[in-house]
Write a new protein. Structure first.
Length: 109
């Protein structure tokens, strides 16, 4: 859920960036006001890039966990039950053949 918050933030800031670009290049706006809009534009771009980066990070972590959800014995994907949870690792078992393995949460490197 947090990843989608980052995506929505990035999308809303993209709209704000487009509006700020229009304000910065408006010739009828005084110079000092344009400098203020330019500062806001710079901040919005930086925050949008950071939010998009965080979104992609969360999606890559989800992909790493999903890649571990394949049974090593019968090859079925995602048909598992939780056996036990140990910190950042979960022991799971295949619902089809009862094979057990561990799924590890990605590290924050």
């Amino acid at each position: 859920m947090e990843s989608h918050l980052h995506l929505v933030t990035a999308l809303l800031l993209t709209v704000a960036v487009m509006a700020l670009v229009e304000l910065v290049f408006d010739q009828s706006t005084p110079g000092f006001t344009r400098i203020g809009w330019l500062a806001l534009l710079s901040g919005a771009v930086l925050i949008a890039v950071k939010a998009l980066r965080n979104y992609f990070f969360f999606m890559m972590c989800a992909e790493q966990v999903a890649n571990q959800a394949v049974c090593g014995r019968c090859g079925v994907y995602g048909r598992l039950r939780l056996v036990r949870e140990k910190g950042q690792q979960c022991d799971v078992a295949c619902k089809r053949c009862a094979f057990e393995w561990s799924i590890r949460e990605p590290r924050d490197d």
